[in-house]
Design a protein around this ligand. Structure first.
Ligand code: IPM
Ligand code: MG
Length: 361
């Protein structure tokens, strides 16, 4: 049985890093007879340039017909002045929402080889290994009403709405508890229950759901404190679960603990584990087209795809071990470079991962 992957490179460094991830998947596909087939589609600014929308119907159809989606990144200077309704980001948000990819898994692991690439002290970050579960289809990102309105006094007023229903909170809480069950059985739920009613409900529903998982130790933390604790003593965490916007912010903080945002993959899953896989970093327009981006977050996202959507654990582990081996070879892209290493570009990093796969075949 073939498995169809929708490949959406997007903008900026998206095409460069996707090329490397597909290269790695192509190699494994042939080597392990995985039955993967690929079909490319447009998303974000690249789609806007052709179809005057960042989220064309063809792309939604392709995503629906596919078994999984591999996405690069969206956005760039070129489209920043467009109306917010057709900005590249709307393509990504539209996909998440239309496919109901509510569970965003963002693992942040510090590879021991990269301990010097982190801006934090080695003793603070070494051994860091957490999983952030971010709610991805609700909260303030999607809440209505939203917009900018004109007040009677002639002044403009911007507004967004933070809203979560019990069922939305419950389903992400189940994913988080089940993830914690498979790890070190500690779950920290992050909210702002001291100020926001919506997240007071979040805390209640997570607590209630936790009664079904007595073996998981549940704690709660306000988001400001969680941000501080992540840089103060990050190893206290195992699994974090939080709202869409808090998860966006905390996952960028976690990325820096691992040395570079160029290392963090993600999976966005629906209720049946159909998923979209993308690096958590953006399109990095400042370095786009130079061939110097780090493709490892995208390559690791491809590994997550094999694991979560296709149940190919062995293939996923092979990729993860090959990334580890490539880092052992002391080669680094610019974002994770440190003294004494050899600086290489995206394509050479992709080649290094494939060489490592071949050596360990
Ligand atoms: C992310 C990104 C997106 C988000 C942007 C590009 C819309 O920052 O995936 O973390 O805010 O969710
Ligand atoms: Mg983000």
């Amino acid at each position: 049985m073939t498995k169809k992957i929708a490949v959406l490179p997007g903008d900026g460094i998206g095409p460069e890093i996707i090329t490397e991830a597909v290269k790695v998947l192509d190699y494994l596909n042939a080597d392990m007879d995985l039955g993967l087939v690929f079909e490319n589609g447009l998303i974000g600014g690249a789609a806007y340039d052709v179809h005057a929308t960042p989220f064309p119907q063809q792309t939604l159809d392709l995503a629906r017909q596919s078994d999984a989606i591999l996405l690069g990144a969206v956005g760039g200077y070129k489209w920043e002045s467009l109306d917010i309704s057709v900005r590249p980001e709307k393509g990504l948000l539209g996909l998440r929402s239309e496919l109901q990819l509510f569970a965003n898994l963002r693992p942040a692991i510090l590879y021991p080889q990269l301990v010097d690439a982190s801006t934090l002290k080695p003793e603070v970050v070494s051994g860091f290994d957490i999983m952030i579960i971010r709610e991805l289809t609700g909260g303030i990102y999607f809440g209505q009403p939203r917009g900018v309105r004109l007040l009677e006094n002639g002044e403009k007023q911007g507004y967004n709405t933070l809203v979560y229903s019990e069922s939305e909170i419950r389903r992400i809480a189940h994913v988080a508890f089940q993830t914690a069950q498979k790890r070190n059985r500690r779950l920290c739920s992050v909210d702002k229950a001291n100020v926001l009613e919506c997240t007071e409900l979040w805390r209640q529903v997570v607590t209630e759901t936790g009664k079904q998982y007595p073996e998981v130790e549940l704690s709660h933390m306000y988001v400001d404190n969680a941000a501080m604790q992540l840089v103060r003593a990050p190893k206290q965490f195992d699994v974090l679960v939080t709202t869409n916007m808090f998860g966006d912010i905390l996952s960028d903080i976690s990325a820096m603990l691992t040395g570079s945002i160029g290392m963090l993959p993600s999976a966005s899953l629906d209720a049946n584990n159909k998923g979209m896989y993308e690096p958590i970093h953006g399109s990095a327009p400042d370095i786009a087209g130079k061939g110097i981006a780090n493709p490892l977050a995208t390559i690791l996202s491809a590994a997550m795809m094999l694991r979560y959507s296709f149940n190919q654990n062995e293939a996923a582990e092979r990729i993860e071990q090959a990334v580890n081996a490539a880092l052992n070879a002391n080669i680094r892209t610019a974002d994770i470079y440190s003294d004494g290493m050899q600086k290489i570009g995206a394509s050479a990093m992709g080649d290094a991962v494939i060489s490592a796969l071949k050596e360990r075949a």
